[in-house]
Design a protein around this ligand. Structure first.
Ligand code: F0G
Length: 471
């Protein structure tokens, strides 16, 4: 199978290729990112997406049953880089696409048009499991025993879970920044037994260090710069299509952090279209937090475009130099996407081009939290970063870029329980992150739903529940 899949540099002026056995995370010749490419003519590609349908309900302990049960590997013909016997799967990717009419109405859309893809329903509670199963499978095939990542939390939780579930188990090593990680995520990394290094500095600093440590110690790098991660994340789009009975939506809206997810979506749609498995490609909107808005700045203000791979690198260097000069540090309540130097920036630009001249918006923390509360009120909830997608949709409706009767899929990337502190602070005004919590301030959010304090007394409880006192 290996010669039918290979690594290729994304730079059109280089296009160097590497075998899957070569452990590199950027092109040795020009330092650009790498893609996994396939010789589709020599692979058994299904003629239509319906081919995958029968697998959805398969269970069982046979090898095929385990793969069919996974929401990634039941599409294995579209991700054919690893022999089946090496696949590390824990039943990831069995997530849901929910048509959410109450939320649609609230933000001014027609019923039947808004769909929420709950990636928080993955085993580790975020979309990261889609990519981890793929990268771990390759790591296993290559006989790696130590895997590492830098993380704002979810990547580390997912890595830690897969590391101890692999056979044989691997050592999971995670680099997290000081301060900003949500406790739901930190608790997972610790509970799953990862060796957790808390570095002074933010995510960008952690990422620089994990690259260096991986290089020196031969750790296998699991950040989304690892192209196999993105191969797995393509499956999120396959499942969206599957849930819509293969009908392509008009829009896909996703939060942007390190920009792996949106990059994977672009690649998924490019391939499906080239293989003749879909007739059209949806439009992409990537939503940054205003406090971590590198892609927004470059794409919308500086008008940076992929331009067939010959994008204006000077614009990126100039922005990064200005950030250095002003000692800029990203800052957002959506800690998952608090990233100023996204490693997948070039691939994200490519995805924006592939997905019908996609666009990027930024949303404030206040707006993110309001929309997180709405997803909670009308749906199953999500963590702050995920709500950026719905906040971005609302903004694009207001801007009349998206019309109320278009079909829109918002990706909810992480579970509501990932960051309970943010939720409690929003609804109650109590900051649980301080060792000695400061006195509560009255919550100010429009959707705040604080608990009522009631004495331990039945009359008082009934009164609080609306019972009228007897006349
Ligand atoms: N949403 C959540 C919940 C995330 O955890 C992340 C990224 C994103 C969105 C952004 O996705 O990087 O593909 O653009 N979290 C990474 C981490 C960075 O370390 O867990 P992206």
């Amino acid at each position: 199978m290996n010669d039918k899949a290979y690594q290729v540099c994304i730079n059109p002026d280089c296009r160097a290729t590497y075998s899957l056995d070569q452990i590199i995370f950027s092109c040795s010749k020009c330092k650009s990112l790498l893609d996994i490419a396939y010789d589709w003519d020599r692979l058994a590609v299904p003629r239509s997406m319906e081919f995958f349908e029968h697998r959805w309900a398969t269970k069982g302990r046979t090898a095929g049953g385990r793969l069919d049960f996974s929401g990634i590997w039941r599409f294995r013909e579209l991700i054919p880089f690893v022999p089946e016997e090496y696949i590390v799967t824990i039943g990831e990717g069995r997530t849901q696409l929910e048509q959410n009419d109450p939320l649609a109405r609230h933000i001014g859309m027609k019923p039947g048009r808004l769909f929420l893809q709950y990636e928080g329903l993955n085993p580790s509670g975020s979309f990261k499991d889609n990519g981890m199963t793929a990268a771990f499978s390759l790591a296993r095939r290559l006989g790696r025993t130590r895997v590492a990542c830098a993380s704002t939390g979810n990547t580390s939780a997912s890595l830690a879970m897969f590391a101890h579930k692999s056979d044989p188990p691997m050592q999971g090593i995670v680099f997290i920044g000081s301060g900003k990680i949500a406790y739901g995520k930190l608790s997972q990394a610790l509970d799953y037994g990862a060796l957790t290094l808390q570095i002074e500095g933010d995510f960008d600093a952690c990422l620089r260090r994990v690259f260096q440590a991986a290089d020196r110690l031969g750790l296998y790098l699991m950040n989304s710069v690892n192209p196999y991660r993105l191969e797995g994340q393509k499956a999120i789009m396959y499942r969206v299509l599957e849930a819509r009975e293969w009908e392509v939506p008009d829009w896909v809206i996703v939060p942007g952090g390190n920009l792996g997810n949106c990059s994977a979506f672009g690649k998924a749609f490019r391939e499906l279209h080239d293989l003749g498995l879909i007739k059209r490609i949806p439009r992409l909107a990537v939503i940054n937090a205003a406090g971590a808005n590198t892609l927004y700045h470059l794409h919308e203000k500086d008008k940076l475009r992929w331009n067939g791979g010959r994008y204006d690198r000077d614009k990126v260097s100039a922005l990064y130099a200005a950030m250095d000069e002003s000692h800029y540090l990203p800052h957002t309540v959506a800690s998952a996407i608090e990233i100023s130097r996204p490693v997948n920036l070039p691939k994200a630009l490519r995805a924006l081009e592939i997905m019908n001249d996609g666009l990027v918006r930024e949303v404030s923390d206040e707006v993110i939290l309001e929309h997180k509360a709405l997803v909670g009120r009308y749906g199953f909830g999500c963590e702050p970063a995920s709500a950026a997608s719905v906040a971005g949709l609302h903004l694009l409706l207001d801007e009349q870029v998206i019309s109320p009767d278009e079909n829109v899929v918002c990706i909810l990337t992480g579970h509501v329980l990932k960051d309970p502190d943010a939720t409690v602070k929003y609804h109650m005004g109590v900051d649980m992150k301080n060792a000695t919590p400061p006195p509560a301030e009255p919550p100010t959010g429009k959707c705040a739903n604080p608990p009522k304090r009631v004495p331990d007394d039945l009359d008082a409880i009934c009164a609080a529940l609306g019972e009228k006192p007897p006349k």
